[in-house]
Design a protein around this ligand. Sequence first.
Ligand code: NDP
Ligand code: 2IT
Length: 449
Amino acid sequence: MQTIMEKIKARDPEQKEFHQAVAEVVETVRPALDAHPEYRHQKVLERLVEPERIIMFRVPWMDDRGEPQVNRGFRIEMNSAIGPYKGGLRFHPSVNLSILKFLAFEQTFKNALTSLPLGGGKGGADFDPKGKTDNEVMRFCQSFMTELYRHIGPDTDVPAGDIGVGAREIGFLFGMYKRLRNEFTGVLTGKSLNWGGSLIRPEATGYGCVHFAAEMLAVGGDALAGKTCLVSGSGNVAQYTVEKLIDRGARVVTLSDSSGHICDEAGIDAQKLAFVMRLKNVQRGRIQEYADAYPGTVFTPVDPTRSSNPLWEHAADCAFPCATENEINGEDARHLVAGGVRLVVEGANMPTTPEGIDHFLDAGVLYAPGKAANAGGVAVSGLEMAQNSMRLHWPREEVEGRLQMIMKNIHKNCLAAAERYGSPGNYLVGANVAGFIKVVDAMLDQGLV
Ligand code: NDP
Ligand code: 2IT
C-alpha cells in the first residue's frame, strides 16, 4: 500500500491534489483488499490510478480586441469499466493535470455509487471566463470543441458542467459539436430544456446534497428544520443547496465567492436567493453586492495573509462546502466544531483536507464526502442521457422522484458497506469501499484491458 503511493509520487511528483485523492481511497479500502485477495493479485489499485487516456491540446482563440490568446485544454478518460467516461468540464485558471486527475479519479467512484452505467472522466481548460464577454466565451468554447469533438460521443465520453461551465458554455460547446459531426445526440449533459436537457439537472447537485443530509440526520431521528447552516460558494451547487435547505425549513446564513463571504443572520430567504441567482447567473456580479442590497448583512473580504477562512467561524449546526477543493483545512474544521457544527455535507469535490476530515471524524461529526453527497448532479446527467437515448422528456416529478431514490440508495449503500467492512457509521469508508468494489469487480470481469 505504501508502495503504490510512493510509485505515483515518484512518477508525477507535482500532482499534489491527485496524490491526496488517491491516498484517501487507498487508506480506506484496505479491508476490502484484505477480503478479496484477487484484487491485489490483479493489481487493481495500480490500474485504477492510471488514466485509460489523457488528451491535452492547444486552444487558440481571438479576444474582442483582435488579440490571439492560447489556453491549454484537457480531457482525462479515467475509467470505462461500468460505462462511457462521464464527468464535467472545468474552466478556471487553476486547472492543471493534478486537479483534473483528482477530479476524474473521484468521479469514477462517485459514478459507480449512482448505480447508473457511467464511467469516470473530467476535463477543462485553464481559461478564466471571469470578465470575458459572451462572444469571447463562445469563441473559446468553439475552439475547445474543435479538438475535443474527435474524442467524445454519446457512447464514448459525455462531458457536462463544473466550475466555470454552466448552461451558456454547454450551449456553445454543443452547437459546435453538432456542426462538426452533423449529429444531434446526447453528447453533453446540462443542456437547456428546449433542446434535450433534463428537468432538475441544474438543481440536482444541490438538491441531492440536501436529500443526503436529511437521510443522515434521519438515522438519529433528527431533521433539517430549524437548523442553522453555513454554505460556501454561490454558483450552481451552492444556489440549489440553499433552495432545498430553505424548503426543508433550515436557516442559511452564509454564501461566498473567491473575493469573500457574506453573513446574513436574518437568514437567506427565497426572495434573497432569487437576487443571488440573478446576480450570479445573469449579471455575473460579485457576492459583495448582496451586502449592499440587504442591510444588516456583513461582507468579509478574503484576507490572503490568513491561514483559515472566517466563513467557517460562524456558529451553526450544519456546514455545506460548495465552492472548491481544500476550502476547509484543519484549523477551519476546528472552528466549525467549536462553533457547534455536527453535520458536514460536501457539495464540492474534496473540499476538506485530510487533517480537516480527521478532525471531524475524531469529534464525532456526521461527515459525508463529496463523492457520495454530491452524486445527484451526475446521476441526473445519467437520467438526461437515458432520456436522450429514448428521445423522451420526463416530467419534473419523474426526475425528482428518481433523484431522491438514488440519493436514498447511496446513503443506504454507504452505511451498509461501512458496517460490513468494520467502520460502522463512517460515510467516508462506506462511499470509498462501495464505489471501489463496484468498479473493481467490473474491471476483473473484463480481463486485463
Ligand atoms: P460554479 O462555477 O457555478 O460556482 C463555483 C463557486 O465557487 C463560485 O462562487 C466561485 O467563486 C467559487 N470558487 C470557485 N473556485 C474558487 C476558489 N479557488 N476559491 C474560492 N472560491 C472559489 O461551480 P459549481 O457550483 O458547479 O461547482 C462547485 C463545486 O461543486 C466544485 O467543487 C465542483 O467540482 C463541484 N460539483 C459540481 C457539480 C455540478 O453539477 N455543477 C456536481 C458535483 C460537484 P468565483 O465566482 O469568485 O470564482
Ligand atoms: O463533479 C461532478 O460530478 C460534476 N461536475 C457533474 C458531472 C456530470 O457529468 O454531470
